[in-house]
Unconditional design. Structure first.
Lengths: 246, 221
């Protein structure tokens, strides 16, 4: 039985992945410039001010995309981690390693923007009673843990597989942490974006969705670059890597 | 099953011969609680409020310090290879080993906690909840720390890496464990957080031995 189609298997070989990631980069760059440009122009300038929060709400055009991506990335890492552990695919291992610093940066961005917004709106930078704040902080620790673990183990493949395992456990843990704090009274507002019936005006919704897609493209761009560098470094003994540099 | 029994018996025998293994965490726990009390102003009211958190985190750190070496000794003397060569499932053997570690390290700490709680001015009925919460929570910690030390078993020394990996993973246990004690302190029923601690323990007991076996295999490759 062929569980994995041939083209997917080919894509997972380092030289092909190196080429494909390089070919995607200009498009990802273009898409992120266009989408982020529209998102920020529409969100930060054109959209009307909120009737309660004034201009303060505009931070969501950075905060919400970063938060969504920071959670998405740990799940992407866990997914790649399963592939790395079960099928021992090098590319998946390298993805786990490359995505961790990007995820840590996005989580930091989420926390910082959230705190800056929280001070004028809630009257406090930080609240230990809020499920999302605390789970985001624990998520940041998880990303740091993956980075630290990768740096500590000398053999790159063993390190990547250990990180894969930690990413899987960390993704499960992130969910448990969120619901364990949600048991306390939570300060954060409910989700604004829901499938079918968002509680947000379309003048704000479209720029927000564009900013989300744009930041996703930008993260993809950064991860693609890290992936290429990491692949080159790991395969530095192989002829294709020498040819790629030459 | 007899193989698991043999692993447990071996761990207990080793612990009996190296008494420092279970005695040092106890001393550490007592010293940490004492220093917190000394750092506070005499009979400061916040000490009683902070006691659940101090006792929980103190127990966590005390157990963590000694769990660093769970698998490292076995790796150095070849026991780990023998576990993988045997016909038994490695996850079962790992589960037995971690159960023994709980008996050696977790249980004494759990039994010491009420004594320290008295010193921090906790009431008797609250101490019962503290005992229950640690009884349900420390096995989770031992399992989680076992998994993380399996991840880094190949390193000569872990330093602060083990706490960095373990502490975010045990955040839910701390929330519910210390939360149960705080609920009891303010006269509320503590059942709900205790049930949650139990649920997390069951989840860890089912998943962690498998994950730790994968991590050990990875380190041996």
């Amino acid at each position: 039985m062929k569980l994995i189609p041939h083209w997917l298997h080919r894509l997972s070989s380092p030289p092909v992945a190196y080429g494909v990631a390089g070919a995607c980069q200009p498009w990802l760059g273009l898409a992120s410039v266009v989408l982020l440009g529209y998102g920020f122009l529409g969100g930060l300038i054109l959209a009307p001010a909120d009737y309660q929060q004034g201009d303060g709400y505009r931070i969501i055009f950075v905060h919400v995309p970063a938060a969504a991506l920071s959670i998405l990335l740990i799940w992407a890492m866990a997914f790649a981690g399963v592939i790395a552990l079960v099928w021992r695919i090098k590319l998946a291992e390298v993805f786990v390693i490359c995505a961790a610093p990007v995820g840590a940066s996005l989580t930091t961005l989420t926390l910082v923007t959230g705190m800056l917004w929280g001070k004028p709106m809630w009257g406090a930078y930080w609240s230990w009673h809020d499920a999302r704040l605390v789970s985001e902080l624990v998520l940041l620790f998880m990303y740091w843990g993956v980075i630290a673990l990768n740096q500590a183990i000398a053999d790159p493949r063993a390190a990547a597989r250990a990180c894969s395992l930690l990413a899987i456990v960390g993704a499960i843990n992130a969910v448990i942490v969120k619901y364990s704090v949600a048991w306390w009274n939570t300060l954060h507002q409910g989700p604004t974006l829901k499938l079918g019936g968002s509680s947000i005006d379309s003048a704000m919704l479209w720029p927000l969705l564009a900013a989300m897609a744009g930041l996703a493209c930008f993260s993809g761009l950064v991860i693609a670059q890290r992936l290429r560098n990491e692949l080159l470094w790991r395969e530095r003994g192989n002829p294709w890597a020498r040819d790629a540099i030459a | 099953m007899s193989a698991v029994g043999a692993v447990i018996a071996r761990e207990l025998k080793l612990a009996l011969r190296r008494r420092s293994e279970w005695a040092q965490p106890l001393v550490f726990y007592a010293v940490v609680a004492t220093l917190f009390a000394l750092g506070a102003a005499p009979s400061a009211p916040w000490l009683k409020v902070a006691a659940p958190s101090i006792l929980w985190v103190g127990a966590l750190l005390a157990a963590l310090l000694s769990l660093d070496r769970v698998f490292r000794g076995d790796r150095e003397d070849g026991t780990l290879e023998q576990m993988f060569l045997s016909s038994q499932a490695v996850s079962l053997l790992v589960g037995g080993k971690l159960f023994a570690q709980w008996l050696v390290i977790g249980l004494p700490l759990t039994l010491l906690a009420p004594l320290l709680a008295l010193g921090l001015g906790m009431e008797a009925q609250v101490i019962g909840v503290l005992l229950l919460s640690l009884l349900l929570g420390l096995p989770t910690l031992v399992l989680t720390a076992g998994f993380c030390s399996a991840l880094i078993v190949g390193l000569p020394r872990s330093g602060v890496l083990l706490p960095v990996l373990v502490l975010p993973l045990v955040a839910p246990s701390v929330i519910f464990g210390a939360g149960a004690v705080r609920a009891a302190q303010s006269g509320l029923p503590a059942d709900a957080p205790l049930y949650f601690l139990g649920a997390i323990l069951v989840l860890c007991a089912c998943g962690v031995p498998l994950a730790a076996a994968v991590a050990l295999k990875n380190a041996l490759d």
